[in-house]
Design a protein around this ligand. Sequence first.
Ligand SMILES: [Zn+2]
Ligand SMILES: [Zn+2]
Length: 256
Amino acid sequence: MRAVVIHAPKDLRIDSYPDAAPAPGEVRVRIANGGICGSDLHYYHHGGFGVVRIQQPMALGHEIAGVVADVGDGVTGVKPGTRVAVNPSRPCGQCLHCQEGMRNQCLDMRFLGSAMRFPHVQGGFREFITVDATQAVPIADRLSLAEAAVAEPLAVCLHAGKQAGPLLGKRVLITGCGPIGALMILVSRFGGAAEIVVTDVAEAPLAVARKLGASHAINVAANAAALDPWRTGKGVFDTLFEASGNQAALRTALDV
Ligand SMILES: [Zn+2]
Ligand SMILES: [Zn+2]
């Protein structure tokens, strides 16, 4: 089968990869859609991020959805034809943090399309992937597979919303409106925020922010003073979701 494989910065190839029949407890999924994460872009542009570097060819992609093709022995939750979002995380279940119920902090995490461990965990931009059955989560009929591919970044945003506490009636600032910032708008609306102000330095994502229901979508590159109305006193926002990764955004946000 074919896979989208990063070999080095700017060296992305369609390679032939082996297909794996599902072992007991596993499922094989025909991939339909995949979202491109910021980390995929870091692998493509820079060969990694922080101390994480590509040391061998690796299929990219961890925001994926598809249709179950085959199931291994003992799998009961899904069957061939079931439409699923694939959870890219496979925590070990054994380490201290897994035992404490903080599986996201697993010390031995296997995360699809990640060069954090060696050999790297191959990712999901390929025709088929075989994963643990617990990673294949059935989706509702009304959800498209493209929408289901957004389940993983949405999970990140739902977690951020939970960390922030109740949003009902709150004034929320979201700095940065890429996919994460955009999904944070939906999470803030879902939580009942009274006002949702979004900033970015480009017009296209701000247009998306308006469509998704932001109260105000502000281009802080074009108009640096645009946040002044919220600067009263020590600032009026209750909650900040920083989704730009830009230190200027964080500094400005602290003032408001
Ligand atoms: Zn991601
Ligand atoms: Zn663990």
